[in-house]
Write a protein that binds this ligand. Structure first.
Ligand SMILES: Cc1ncc(C[n+]2csc(CCOP(=O)(O)OP(=O)(O)O)c2C)c(N)n1
Length: 626
């Protein structure tokens, strides 16, 4: 025996039908085993943790009551779906999650028939489940459709767009609100306050009697309410905001009482039309350190489960995220017009210190990327200098706001674009690999890409001095270790720098992390190495000069090849009538799955060794001719 706790019940459950074969009375023990298994497994490899601990009972109850996979269960974001993966035949492979060829970090349709919808970005579950419910109706089916969405994910407009639609069309849909009062950080906004009021019972007490009077006029609803209350201590609250939107609101119920959940869900299963079940859970439930600090335990690395200590990796130098956080505090100290906005990513974006020191100039807007950007536009209209800290892949959500509200009006908003490039374990949904392509085509926008930490700091400063919209895009993790100059100075706009002058006729035009990754290759092949610095505006003069004085050009970027900086170079050369062979290195036309960042770079052919080989092969005809 390995010393792991035994899992006699989990050992018998390789799929939900086996769970459903157990008596109801066995379910608390199943939940206990599942929780122990999660703690043991995640402690070894790290991963999303506190959210999954909070959904153990809910997951058991949902798979117990609903006939999955025929009934459709849609998880929002999917970071809380580890228990779901365990109960749906993936227990043995859970320890491989997020690793190359291992289980995907989030539910993924290609991985399991129980993963009904691919997720990773939040607040999609209600729309997706509603689509499935409408398809079922058109196809004459009678399936159940359940969306499980957190109170954090519920802050997004997308979720409300879906509820607004669902409430009006009588679809056969159950929305389960998993309310733990937390996003990654504390949840924010009026909705969060509203949920807290519901839980405090004030709303409940105030409307309960009136509600009952209304319900009595609707016999089926009244019967449902009566049975809920008698048998389940559940509550039906007509008058809640969701009720008014046309959904039948049930709750709040205890999300850690698995038997109670099962009974509630069985009743709901018989009801028709859109239902809304408010479930109260505790993030980190059952693991004391995670209950005490769910922010720290949202997605820890490997940890010592007995001691509750997360193993810290040796810091190789500040991450780009830390460089940004430091710069922001320095900039805010000097300039009272700096304001910072995050769409629910305070920790991940490096804003913790700033949020404490400059609380009056800090806005966590919830998971609301679109609003974050238009809010910044409004602030900029009135003379402030908003800095929107946002991950590259989440900026995809705010594209129209960027074009229509910021760039078209030429407003001085700075976008600190973190996780730009390949991100590793979070996989395909979180890769920041499209931004250069979708930003490069926007007029008025400047797009800077630092090759090291100091350049990042100075570019951020430059962006806020520009008076126009600007993006600084930087990758996950640490940089090459450049010395960071405290003094802030603007860099010349649209100007690249020659890092190394070669004499072989080969020139490498590199962007961002590619500059240091290709330094050895440039040395080895005696190539000229250029740090382009700007994806937009491209340094026209420098590129044309290099193109006329070299006979082979290579471009390198951590972005998809289509529309990236390599494309920009080709466009420039074509427009100027310059003909020179160009090898473009970038991410090929495919999604890059989870793995380490190095695995990701290798999958894209952007690891130093592969790039060296390709550049050497590209240059070879030069020598053959010579
Ligand atoms: C569009 C988008 N923005 C940001 C994120 C990052 N993110 C992942 S989980 C999460 C918090 C979700 O909170 P909640 O739905 O309440 O789930 P909990 O972790 O509390 O269970 C955030 C902001 C995301 N996945 N998608």
């Amino acid at each position: 025996m390995s010393g792991h706790p035994p899992y006699p019940l989990l050992d018998r459950i390789s799929s939900p039908p086996e769970l459903r074969a157990l008596p109801e009375s066995a379910l608390p023990a199943v939940a206990d085993e599942l929780r122990a298994f999660l703690i043991q497994t995640v402690s070894q490899m790290g991963g999303h943790f506190a959210a999954g601990l909070g959904t153990v009972e809910l997951t058991v109850a949902l798979h117990y009551v609903f006939d999955t996979p025929d009934d459709r269960l849609v998880w929002d974001v999917g970071h809380q779906a580890y228990p779901h993966k365990v109960l749906t035949g993936r227990r043995e492979r859970l320890s491989s999650i997020k690793q190359k060829n291992g289980l995907a970090p989030f539910p993924t349709r290609s991985e399991s028939e129980y993963d009904t919808f691919g997720v990773g970005h939040s607040s999609t579950s209600v729309s997706a489940a509603l689509g499935m419910a409408l398809a079922d109706r058109l196809q004459g089916g009678h399936r159940a459709h359940v969306a499980v969405i957190g109170d954090g994910a519920m802050t997004a407009g997308l979720a409300f767009e879906a509820l607004n639609h669902a409430g009006a069309i009588d679809a056969n849909l159950l929305v389960v609100l998993n309310d733990n009062d937390m996003s990654i950080s504390e949840n924010v906004g009026a909705l969060s306050n509203y949920f807290a009021r519901v839980l405090a019972g004030r709303l409940y007490q105030g409307i309960r009697e009136g509600g009952k009077r209304v319900l009595r006029r609707i016999p089926a609803a009244w019967e449902f309410a009566r049975r809920s209350e008698e048998h389940l201590k559940g509550m039906v609250l007509p008058g809640t905001m969701f009720e008014e939107m046309g959904l039948n609101y049930i709750g709040p119920v205890d999300g850690h009482d698995v038997i109670g959940l099962v009974r509630t869900l069985k009743l709901i299963k018989q009801a028709r039309g859109p239902q809304f079940l408010h479930v109260v859970t505790k993030k980190g439930k059952g693991y004391a350190p995670a209950e005490a600090d769910p922010i720290k335990w949202h997605g820890p690395g490997p940890f010592d489960a007995a001691k509750g200590e997360i193993r810290t990796e040796k810091a190789s130098g500040p991450t780009y995220t830390q460089v940004f956080g430091r710069w922001l505090c320095d900039a805010a100290e000097r300039d009272p017009s700096i304001v910072a906005i995050t769409p629910a990513m305070r920790e991940g974006s490096g804003l913790v210190e700033y949020s404490k020191r400059y609380a009056d100039r800090y806005y966590d807007v919830g998971i609301a990327e679109q609003h974050a950007i238009t809010l910044a536009a409004g602030l900029a209209c009135e003379g402030l200098k908003p800095v929107v800290a946002i991950y590259s892949s989440f900026l995809q959500r705010g594209y129209d706001q960027l074009i229509h509200d910021v760039a078209l009006q030429d407003l001085p908003v700075t976008f600190a674009l973190d996780r730009a490039g390949l991100v590793g374990g979070d996989g395909a949904t979180h890769q920041g690999m499209f931004d250069l392509s979708f930003l490069r085509c926007i007029p008025n926008l400047t797009v800077m890409v630092p090759a090291d930490e100091n350049e990042c700091r100075q570019m951020l400063h430059t962006a806020t001095q520009l008076g126009h919209p600007a993006v600084v895009r930087y990758p996950r993790g640490a940089g090459p270790g450049a010395e960071i100059v405290q003094e802030l100075s603007s860099i010349p706009i649209g100007k690249g720098v020659i890092v190394r002058q070669g004499s072989s006729g080969l020139a490498i035009l590199a962007l961002g992390p590619m500059v240091s990754l290709l330094a050895a290759t440039a040395e080895h092949l005696d190539a000229t190495l250029v740090n382009l610095r700007f994806a937009k505006p491209l340094d026209r003069e420098l590129v044309l000069d290099i193109a006329t004085h070299h006979n082979h050009l290579v471009t390198a970027e951590e972005n998809v090849l289509q529309g990236g900086v390599g494309s920009a170079v080709l466009e420039l050369l074509a427009d100027a009538g310059v003909s020179v062979p160009v090898l473009r290195l970038g991410i090929p036309d495919s999604f890059i799955e989870h793995g380490s960042r190095n695995d990701n770079l290798a999958s894209a052919g952007l690891d130093a060794a592969t790039m060296h080989e390709r550049i050497a092969a590209f240059r070879a005809p030069l020598f053959q001719r010579a």
